[in-house]
Ligand binder design. Structure first.
Ligand SMILES: NC(=O)C1=CN([C@@H]2O[C@H](COP(=O)(O)OP(=O)(O)OC[C@H]3O[C@@H](n4cnc5c(N)ncnc54)[C@H](OP(=O)(O)O)[C@@H]3O)[C@@H](O)[C@H]2O)C=CC1
Ligand SMILES: Nc1c(N[C@@H]2O[C@H](COP(=O)(O)O)[C@@H](O)[C@H]2O)[nH]c(=O)[nH]c1=O
Length: 490
């Protein structure tokens, strides 16, 4: 059973009588997103009473989509979309996104997910998969709008089965009109009648797809399992909202809070399970940051490796911060990715620069001076602390001065998780949000490896990297000649 966007079609989902959304209805989606946990609470009741559901929906405008109004098939599809999203890379400039296409009666038609910058977005991937299943081979179903390689809507896959279908997608469909075509247009062109998504896209240029869809007569709902999606792409959402990479500070300490023995040796404080966990986290990060003190004393490799020493498929870029820079012969010079050095103590500027290069996650591996400076500056989003059951005593505490002199100024955190890894504890904590905290949404957030030329200029910060280089090619290798303060090595 099919229907054009905005027209009625009877269905098991009871969606037939829902009026087409209007833009003003979509504009209220944030209210719904604030109570996402409720959305998933009572699907069983709804499954048992489809007639009641249809009645509820017909009398409830989409803007007031309530707990009861989310059909179980949509919840199930969103759970599947979240699973699919996790097939994509956890690092890089783009988020993990998954999409499930449903027929009007709730049957799964096709699935898709995003495989990283330069590849089709999840919605287009799902449409392409649907086309591949339903169109004759002569039709080029492999092209898509949302890739760097395939511009414009002329290559949008428009399988007939998509007409009147429902798209369930973890992130608001993008609204880009740039190097990549917008997913919102691809969905409209394919004849999708209804879209459910979890979380709004905070990107200034990529967000707004919901309004575009609604204006075209597509029924649009947001906030479905929003808590789950917020958690699964927390790092990317935070980076996009704040305009700097998501910063995780990690350290390994003794039970008495020492990161090294008095002579500076620290290998190893923690055991093999904890270190394997560190390497898995390295491989999900865009960059590993260390200060020149750690470089000088530990001479770390900063690669992501298996316990046997094999390199993991994704390697974060090693970033060394400090006036001393990288000494000749340092192990990071043998890293498979060219290392970056920032001969500065200006940490916001470093993070700005990394963001402009397309880095969305920074994993800080010390040492105590760099970690403390980042914390004191309020630039840390998460702590991952491994505590080993051993005592070291002495002066080498895991953190140094945070500028806190009295308990009233203590940094309050919340534990996110506490786990035993072999003999060691892993504690994950995040800053406690205060009522006065304001989430900053910058106007420079971008997705799909676009770099907004205004981003660095907007902050007024820089480390001597030419604006043009940063604006046009976030991952361009910058030679020392071009940048006295910032450069990649080898
Ligand atoms: N157990 C663990 O998890 C870890 C332990 N360690 C241990 O820590 C020790 C090294 O500690 P530490 O010297 O603190 O190492 P850091 O890596 O923190 O390096 C400190 C240096 O970073 C530079 N720096 C960059 N930005 C700033 C800033 N904003 N403010 C101040 N300094 C900045 C300065 O160098 P410059 O003079 O060049 O400007 C400073 O001297 C070693 O014994 C090592 O084994 C290290 C990492 C992890
Ligand atoms: N000592 C210590 C850690 N130290 C961190 O690991 C770095 C060494 O990385 P690599 O040379 O790539 O193996 C070192 O410089 C420091 O940042 N990490 C831990 O998980 N547990 C430990 O006990």
């Amino acid at each position: 059973m099919t229907a054009a966007p905005g027209t009625d079609s009877s269905s098991l989902l009871g969606l037939a009588s829902v009026a087409p959304a209007v833009p003003s209805e979509v504009a209220t989606r944030s209210a719904l997103a604030s109570t996402p946990g409720l959305l998933a609470a009572t699907p069983g009741l709804l499954a048992a009473t489809p007639g009641l559901l249809a009645a509820t929906l017909s009398s409830t405008p989409p803007s007031a989509l309530s707990t009861e109004a989310v059909p179980p098939a949509i919840i199930a599809a969103m759970r599947r979309a979240i699973e699919l999203s996790q097939n994509g890379p956890a690092w890089g400039i783009n988020p993990q996104v998954g999409c499930v296409l449903l027929s009007p009666d709730g049957e799964t038609l096709a699935e898709g997910w995003h495989r990283g910058a330069g590849t089709p977005h999840a919605e287009v991937d799902a449409l392409t998969n649907l086309a591949a299943m339903t169109l004759p081979p002569a039709t080029d179903a492999s092209a898509s709008t949302c890739t760097d390689a395939a511009p414009a809507a002329s290559t949008t896959p428009t399988p007939a089965a998509a007409r009147g279908a429902i798209a369930v997608v973890t992130l608001e469909p993008c609204n880009h009109v740039g190097r990549t075509g917008p997913c919102s247009q691809a969905l409209i062109a394919a004849g999708i009648a209804e879209v459910y998504f979890a979380v709004s896209d905070p990107g200034a240029s990529s967000g707004g797809g919901a309004d575009t869809l609604a204006a075209a007569g597509v029924r649009v709902h947001s906030g479905v399992l929003a808590d789950e999606v917020e958690q699964s792409i927390h790092s990317w959402l935070t980076a996009t909202r704040t305009g700097r990479p998501f910063v995780t500070v990690k350290w390994a300490s003794s039970l008495d809070g020492r990161a090294a023995a008095a002579d500076g040796t620290s290998q190893w404080v923690t055991g093999s399970d904890a270190r394997a966990d560190v390497h898995a986290r390295r491989s999900r990060s865009d960059a590993i940051l260390v200060g020149t003190g750690t470089l000088a004393i530990d001479d770390p490799s900063l690669t992501a490796r298996t316990p046997e020493g094999t390199l993991l498929p994704h390697q974060p870029v090693a970033v060394v911060i400090g006036e001393r820079g990288i000494h000749p012969g340092a192990a990071v010079l043998d890293h498979p990715e060219p290392a970056l050095e920032f001969r500065t103590h200006d940490l916001p500027a470093v993070l700005d620069d990394l963001f402009a290069r397309g880095f969305r996650s920074a994993f800080v591996e010390g040492g105590p001076t760099l970690a403390s400076a980042l914390l004191a500056a309020g630039l840390v989003d998460e702590l991952v602390v491994y505590v080993a059951p051993l005592l070291l005593g002495g002066p080498r505490t895991a953190l140094t001065d945070l500028g806190i002199t009295s308990m009233v100024d203590a940094r309050q955190l919340d534990f996110v998780s506490v786990d035993l890894l072999g003999p060691d504890l892993r504690l994950v904590a995040r800053p406690r949000r205060r009522a006065t905290d304001v989430t900053t949404t910058t106007s420079r957030a971008v997705t799909d490896d676009h770099t907004d030329a205004s981003s660095r200029a907007a902050t007024g910060r820089g480390l001597g990297l030419g604006e043009a280089a940063a604006a046009t090619s976030p991952l361009t290798l910058v030679t020392p000649k071009e940048t006295p303060d910032v450069h990649r090595n080898h």
